[in-house]
Design a protein around this ligand. Structure first.
Ligand code: FAD
Ligand code: MLT
Ligand code: ZN
Length: 559
């Protein structure tokens, strides 16, 4: 594109040529405008999409373990993607009885033992309303000692347990499969300390991510991770799933940011690894076993995490590209030109935008007259507002000249920035609203990443809508296939094809969401038999009675 044409296009869109509302303001106002952008750019709660239980409820009498297990079997027979794999309840587990409940009442305060049907029912169903169990008991410990007593007892009694954080997981890991006791961490939500010289936060596992974000922002720092579920998910859940999210491109994995953990093992042993040291090479770094273990090796109770400094300037651009190749080239160009200030590079196809606009209230496409196929959201965060902006503008101008960007807009105020982010972050919510969502979370080399979306469209024709979006900067595709209801035919056309295809690219069938129940039996698509065997040995060593989050993460055959 000729330079003049590119400049004209940018002017037409306004933002690059229009004075920023923060420009010309006194320094402190300037900073405060940016701060507001920082704290308002994402929606602050995730609406509950939980519907009434469509399977049987747990009203059949509290101590009817047998009948509750049977009911759960019925629930599992429903077809909802990979979870339809027929898993039998492990008969080695005991069924809950009145003595168990009395014991839990004796060690927890009254509010810590929840039998109320409605509250237990909510904890039995995941955020998507897709996976549900039939637990009759929700325990809410207040401290590590209580968690330890619960697990020690459950281990001796062989009662199966599901650790639950904010219950925003997307692979069926956070809810029971049958009648497992749910151990919710929401009562453990204290911030223990903040080292404001080194930016090290130490807190309990049940702290909601957004609350931690707000806390550290007041101290001049930010959390190293951010995700659309931040208003509900817990830091303990984030650590246990090794959540990736929207800042991964800049701050990397929790394996890098988490400095220490306190974990309660299946037999109640409290494992204190709660260091705040940056460097510590004394023996095996055991905390890494628990980061991403999805509640299958221990219950995370405390965390220390390194928080990066909060920078004063944030800018968000929403761009369209004519083809996927341009998105790819744009990513490389952004890495080269924006390097140290690039803080997000998110991508979505036009099906995602259409869906978000259709299903989410108040959301509109900032580029309405541009029927492009692909969209990219770029965020930059830096320490010098005018330098950063100039850099971004020059980058966009060049990208337009080079034909990588077809159209684009830079947010001029909080509400524009929020709208951009709302579109991207709202795709999961909009997908669930359609009715049924077959959800895949793949790591694939960037050059190949969109091929699977196109192949899937060919395979499914009109029977379902196929959406491709994700964290392009991290090589992470989210492939959502949405239709009005779940059905076996659609599933058979998706799986195992999607896993085989990913495996053939040496990709991962779980980039960031974990395996949970959905993909426990599929791990071999991404891990060798030897690696899976070693994982099973670790599981058996740490949890010999297999009470922690059964049926999840690893195939039943290796346990
Ligand atoms: P839960 O859902 O309660 O549990 C998840 C798993 O961790 C379960 O296996 C559970 O048993 C285990 N667990 C929870 N707490 C503990 C604990 N204290 N100790 C041991 N095990 C525990 N994920 C991403 O990676 N990136 C994203 O960008 C992202 N965006 C999302 C956006 C939306 C709208 C939604 C609904 C989800 C998103 N997720 C994302 C998935 C989910 O939010 C993350 O996996 C999150 O880390 C889960 O945290 P949670 O507290 O809700 O955990
Ligand atoms: C996202 O990036 O939006 C999340 O991982 C959630 C999802 O894919 O649904
Ligand atoms: Zn994601």
């Amino acid at each position: 594109m000729a330079r003049r044409e590119a400049a004209r296009l940018l002017r037409r869109l306004g933002p690059l040529a229009v004075e920023s509302p923060t420009r010309g303001m006194p320094h402190c106002q300037h900073e405060s405008a940016n701060r507001i952008v920082n704290s308002c750019r994402r929606f602050h709660w995730i609406p509950s999409l939980q519907r009434p239980l469509c399977g049987p409820t747990t009203s059949g009498g509290i101590y009817e373990g047998q009948s509750s297990a049977k009911k759960a079997c019925e629930v599992q027979k429903r077809t909802f993607g990979s979870a339809a794999t027929h898993i039998q309840r492990n008969p080695a587990y005991s069924e809950l009885n009145s003595d168990d409940v009395s014991y839990f009442k004796s060690i927890l305060c009254e509010n810590g033992v929840v039998q109320d049907e409605d509250r237990v029912a909510v904890a039995n169903v995941d955020w998507m309303g897709k996976y549900s169990g039939a637990s009759q008991l929700l325990l809410l410990p207040k401290n590590t000692t209580e968690v330890s007593k619960i697990l020690s007892y459950c281990n001796t009694r062989r009662l199966a347990v599901v650790p639950q954080g904010g219950n925003t997981g997307l692979v069926g890991g956070s809810v029971p499969v049958y009648d497992e006791v749910i151990v919710g961490l929401s009562g453990m939500d204290k911030i223990i300390s903040f080292d404001n010289v080194n930016g090290i936060l130490t807190c309990e596992a049940g702290c909601v991510l957004e609350n931690l974000s707000n806390f550290v922002e007041n101290e001049g720092f930010i959390m190293p991770l951010d995700l659309g579920a931040k208003g509900s998910c817990h830091i303990g859940g984030n650590v246990s799933t090794n959540a990736g999210g929207l800042r991964f491109i800049r701050y990397g994995s929790l394996h890098g940011s988490v400095l220490g953990l306190e974990v309660v093992l299946a037999d109640g042993t409290i494992l204190d690894m709660l260091t705040t040291l940056r460097k510590d090479n004394t023996g095996y770094d055991l905390k890494h076993l628990f980061i991403g273990s999805e509640g299958s090796l221990g219950v995370v109770t405390k965390i220390s995490v390194l928080t990066p400094a909060k920078l004063p300037s944030t800018n968000v651009a929403f761009l369209s590209c004519n083809d996927y190749k341009s998105c790819q080239k744009l990513l490389l160009a952004a890495r080269r030109s924006l390097g140290e200030i690039l803080s997000a590079f998110e991508f979505m196809d036009h099906h995602c935008i259409d869906l978000a606009v259709r299903h989410l209230e108040g959301v509109h496409n900032p580029l309405p007259a541009s029927p492009y196929k692909f969209y990219v959201l770029i965020e930059i965060t830096g320490s010098d507002e005018s330098y950063d902006k100039t850099k971004l503008e020059a980058f966009l101008l060049r990208s337009m000249e080079d034909g990588l960007v077809a159209d684009g807009v830079i947010a001029q105020d909080i509400s524009q920035a929020s709208n951009f982010w709302r579109i991207r972050e709202g795709i999961s919510e909009a997908s669930v609203k359609v009715g049924a969502v077959y959800k895949y979370d793949l790591s694939i080399p960037v050059e190949k990443l969109y091929d699977i979306v196109e192949e899937m469209r060919c395979r499914l024709g009109d029977s379902a809508e196929v959406l491709g979006y994700g964290h392009l900067g991290d090589g992470n595709l989210h492939l959502n296939i949405v239709s009005s209801k779940y059905d076996d035919n659609t599933l058979e056309r998706i799986e195992p094809f999607v896993y085989e295809w990913t495996s053939a690219q040496r990709g991962s069938i779980s980039a960031e969401h974990g395996l949970g129940l959905m993909k426990a039996e599929k791990i071999h698509y991404s891990k060798s038999p030897e690696a899976v065997q070693l994982m099973a040995s670790i599981k058996k060593l740490l949890d010999p009675n297999s009470i922690l989050n059964p049926y999840k993460v690893l195939p039943q055959s290796v346990l």
